[in-house]
Design a protein around this ligand. Structure first.
Ligand code: FES
Ligand code: MG
Length: 567
């Protein structure tokens, strides 16, 4: 081992280096580490357990299992804490803190003496943050996810967070379910440790991490409480040690080819719209950019093969039992770049060589018998979204794909909350609901794009309407919803010019979203635009000053690009 490794790694290069090492060793001794242990290479374990993160409840046993793998392979495991982001506990939205966690991860990986790192995340923003941090720190890294929850049961029906949360809440709003039942369901939606039980953002990102090659093959879908999850943790620790002897850096694993493969898998699993933003941010850390036109090409060529909620019927436990990411990769093999390499050193083509013994075709379809012919997600463009917008066609109502309607405008989150259920609101089923002021700068881009159907329409049986915004929506949500309109209204994008009663046209066929108002009139209206006053101090001020729009992954402008910290 070279002297830059192990406990000597990253020693200050001023003053007396031998004394610095002596001091460090004596402090390490206070943790009960023998000289023998201190001679070994070190694997850091980024742990993200938190009393505010239910999805990471198994963190202690995962850390123990990773440590076991590291020790058995002859290195010294060193767990260390970083920011943890529990999706439903963060205000105003976890999205604001993804970049903070990525910076924390990058800097702690870089600053502390470790030769490789295992990053343990799971809940929506944590895996993107860790992958972004790992890409920028660019030391050998293995991503391990906490894994999805098992389903609960309610009157003979399976329930999983959080598609069924929304489904039941929708029924409750429509008066189809009583208070007693919704209370009962509350305790049956999320009943085990782990991330949401459907193909939401967390599970999509787990599949993406595996496809990129940053997680162990076969590990994305293992349920949180399954013994295989601990075996994968142990093997992740061992793999990190192997990576020290045979270095493969994140920048060699996350390449244009592996990112394109990840987009393919995103389409085939009909994953979360959020994953587009996150994968863009991860790739952006290494200077990789997949244009919207390429995204649409990938989407049009890649059928949806997985029948899971929120688009289909099953849950992540079914996906795991059906064959997981490996089964998907084999079905779309002819569309993949087979030369990518994963953390174990295996080339994708070799991984896919042996056929799987059995695949549950109820859950993972054959390529020519898909759930739907085309990928779940597309990018739209138009005068209202010059830099693009995202639409999840697989979770939308085909009858609404070609819609022209009257805009009913909500000017920010508070306005939406105040008026959406107002019985006097002038709104009909064929209207297009528009939310502005929910983009990255204006509001941190919360999952507000799933605008509730106004109560009076819901009670009249309206199940879906076209809804458009500069916000995101939960990966577990569904509906005919246009998201991530860029530039956002808060940055003076044309969305800011939409007025109540304007006509808007959505065409999924043409991949367009347009405001049927002349360019001159839009420009005139935007003359009046004045940016809102933002935060004056602290992280929120930094966020608002430097956050990029959705097509750039909502990363901070000073964090994109590759490599080491600029000096
Ligand atoms: Fe953590 Fe859904 S709340 S994954
Ligand atoms: Mg979510």
């Amino acid at each position: 081992m070279s002297e830059e490794h192990g406990i000597r790694g990253g020693l200050t290069n001023y003053g007396d280096k031998d004394f610095a090492e002596y001091l460090r060793s004596s402090f390490a001794r206070s943790m009960g580490l023998s000289k023998d242990m201190l001679r070994k290479p070190i694997v850091g374990i980024a742990e993200t357990g938190s009393g505010f993160n239910n999805c990471h409840r198994t963190m202690p046993e995962l850390v123990e299992a990773v440590s076991r793998g590291v020790l058995a392979a002859g290195a010294l495991p060193r767990p260390f804490p970083t920011t943890s982001l529990g999706e439903v506990f963060l205000n105003p939205t976890s999205m604001v803190y993804r970049n903070l966690m990525s910076m924390d991860t990058e800097e702690m990986v870089r600053a502390q003496p470790m030769d490789a790192v295992v990053l343990i995340g799971g809940c929506d923003k944590t895996v993107p943050a860790q992958l972004m941090g790992a890409a920028s720190a660019n030391i050998p890294a293995v991503q391990l996810v906490t894994g999805p929850m098992m389903t609960g049961r309610h009157m003979g029906e399976r329930l999983g967070a959080c598609t069924d949360c929304r489904r039941f809440w929708g029924k409750y709003r429509a008066g189809e379910v009583e208070r007693e039942e919704i209370d009962l369901v509350e305790g049956r939606l999320a009943t085990t440790a782990g991330t949401c039980a459907v193909m939401g953002t967390a599970s999509t990102m787990a599949c993406i991490a595996e496809t990129l090659g940053m997680s162990l093959p076969g590990s994305a879908a293992i349920p949180a409480v399954h013994s295989d999850r601990l075996v994968a943790a142990e093997f992740s620790g061992k793999t990190a040690v192997d990576l020290i002897a045979n270095p493969r850096l994140p920048s060699e694993i996350i390449t244009v080819h592996s990112v394109e493969n990840a987009f393919r898998v995103l389409m085939a699993v009909s994953g979360s719209t959020n994953a587009i933003v996150h994968l863009t941010a991860v790739a952006g850390r290494l200077g990789i950019r997949i244009p919207n036109a390429r995204l649409n090409q990938i989407s049009d060529e890649t059928p949806v093969l997985v029948d899971l909620k929120p688009v289909g019927d099953g849950y992540m436990e079914d996906f795991f039992a059906a064959g997981g990411v490996g089964a998907i990769l084999r079905e779309i093999r002819h569309l993949l770049h087979l030369d990518t390499v994963d953390v174990t050193g295996q080339v994708l083509g070799d991984r896919l060589e042996p056929e799987m013994e059995w695949v549950d075709r109820r859950v993972i379809r054959e390529f020519d018998k898909p759930v739907s012919d085309q990928g779940g997600l597309i990018a739209l463009k138009g005068n209202i979204a010059p830099d693009g917008a995202i639409f999840k066609r697989a979770a939308a109502t085909p009858a609404l794909f070609e819609t022209e309607g009257r805009a009913i405008v909500f000017d920010g989150l508070a306005d939406l909350a105040k008026r959406v259920d107002d019985p006097d609101l002038d709104i009909e089923a064929g209207d297009i609901m528009v939310l502005k002021g929910a983009g990255p700068i204006a509001a941190g881009m919360p999952e507000a794009g799933y605008l509730p159907i106004p109560k009076k329409l819901a009670r009249a049986g309206v199940k879906d309407m076209v809804r458009i915004s500069d916000a995101r929506m939960s990966g577990t949500a569904f509906g005919t919803i246009v998201l991530h309109i860029s530039p956002e209204a808060g940055a003076g994008g044309p969305l800011a010019a939409v007025r109540n009663g304007d006509r808007i046209r959505l065409s999924v066929k043409d991949k367009s979203i347009d405001l049927l108002v002349s360019d001159q009139e839009i420009a005139k209206r935007l003359c009046d635009f004045a940016p809102a006053e933002g935060h004056k101090r602290g992280y929120r001020a930094l966020y608002e000053r430097t956050v990029l729009q959705a097509p750039d992954g909502c990363d901070f402008d000073f964090l994109t690009q590759s490599g080491k910290s600029d000096k």
